[in-house]
Design a protein around this ligand. Structure first.
Ligand SMILES: [Zn+2]
Ligand SMILES: [Zn+2]
Length: 392
């Protein structure tokens, strides 16, 4: 979390806290015809008879807030928030899960796509994940997608009998979903299906080429994935997903996102282009687990106070160090020196400040380097200076 926040804030994204629920219409307008909204939304009526829904995904609320408050574009925001779905929990899927993400609204510059995709990629790398594929596709726009969908529909119409049970009846309503289907029947039947990437109009093509070139310049490895259509209707042009190959293939998406140039309008705002991504925290942790990489929290605690007198010194020393901007923690419950050093070890602190009877009497403290074991007795009054010197 802290790493995610640091990375996106350095890129100019500010924290947005959006409410946990919205009028059900916000999500319905956004995701009609998708599973997330049709089957899985956690909706209910409140005491005033309003029909509300717990947020099923992160983007709609941020865009709704943008439409309502109209900040000056480009508007770059990040969030961390719980999402909800009403379904039986299963491995890797929870009724409440948590998502981090970014949204950037107000420009359709392809360089912004490069920035957003590269950010998502860096987050995985920051966690130490190495077996993650970045899948990329373009979904075109109003100029080129309708003709492509017609083409895909007529391709599927000839093969309806070959599709899986779910899609043999519904293939023509939402033909993109058939491409996304993981069942072998649909996979085989669509092996030679026409691909959006081959039917982009000139501006969409140029946009996609620029995104590709930017990502290559940043050495972000990209795999083109024509089957990548994602579940929500409002995506246009760039769409991407991060797939962890260490996880089971049905549940391996640790994050994804894309452009949604028509979403603000769908929510009653002026035409506003936008792009973003969301990542599931629980899925990311499962992927870390599966790869055997456990991101050790970066040492917020730099100094651990070991006080074997009555603990009164620890109150003052901890406060003094924290005021000086140094991360400091201490033991409680007046434990033995050995137990306190064990806690100091676990805290990841680089330095221990030891206050014993001898130090207290002489108005000194002992500084101990937790790695080398080096010790030094310094005057209590100069503590902060000595700690700073050792940490620098
Ligand atoms: Zn299918
Ligand atoms: Zn187009």
């Amino acid at each position: 979390m802290a790493r995610f926040a640091g990375r996106v804030e350095r890129a100019g994204y500010g924290l947005v806290l959006s409410p946990m629920f919205e009028d059900v219409g916000v999500f319905e307008r956004v995701g009609e015809g998708t599973d997330v909204v049709r089957k899985e939304m956690y909706d209910f009526e409140d005491k005033g008879g309003r029909h509300l829904a717990l947020r099923p995904e992160g983007t709609a609320s941020v865009v709704r807030a943008y439409v309502q408050h109209r900040p000056r574009p480009p508007f770059k925001a990040w969030y961390v928030a719980p999402n909800f779905r009403y379904e039986r929990p299963q491995a890797g899927r929870f009724r409440q899960h948590h998502q981090v993400g970014v949204e950037a609204l107000g420009t359709d510059d392809a360089d912004l796509d490069v920035e957003v995709v590269a950010l998502a990629w860096s987050v995985c790398r920051d966690l130490g994940l190495t077996r993650v594929d970045l899948l990329l596709n373009s979904l075109g726009d109003d100029a080129c997608r309708p003709a492509y969908l017609d083409l895909l529909r007529s391709y599927l119409a000839e093969r309806v009998d070959l599709l899986c049970d779910e899609h043999s009846s519904r293939a023509l309503d939402n033909p993109l979903r058939v491409l996304d289907c993981k069942r072998p029947a649909c996979r085989e039947a669509t092996a030679d299906a026409p691909q959006m990437l081959e039917h982009l109009c000139e501006p969409c093509r140029a946009h996609f080429d620029r995104v590709l070139a930017g990502l290559r310049a940043l050495a972000v490895p990209v795999r083109l994935e024509p089957r990548l259509v994602r579940g929500l209707d409002y995506y246009t042009r760039t769409t991407f997903e991060l797939a962890a190959s260490a996880l089971d293939s049905a549940q391996n998406a640790v994050g994804g996102g894309g452009r949604y140039d028509k979403l603000a309008e769908a929510l009653g705002g002026p035409p506003t282009t936008g792009i973003g991504f969301g990542m599931g925290i629980e899925r990311l942790l499962l992927a870390c687990d599966a790869e055997g990489v456990f991101p050790v929290p970066e040492g917020a605690v730099e100094v651990y106070i070991v006080d074997t007198t009555d603990g009164a010194a620890a109150i003052l020393v901890t406060a003094e160090l924290r005021e000086a901007g140094i991360g400091a923690d201490r033991a409680f419950d007046r434990r033995s020196m050995k137990a306190q050093f064990k806690q100091a070890d676990r805290s990841g602190a680089r330095l221990a400040v030891v206050v014993g009877e001898r130090e207290a009497a002489a108005a000194t403290v002992t500084l101990r380097d937790m790695r080398s074991g080096d010790q030094e007795v310094v005057p209590r009054a100069d503590l902060v200076d000595h700690v700073r010197k050792r940490l620098s």
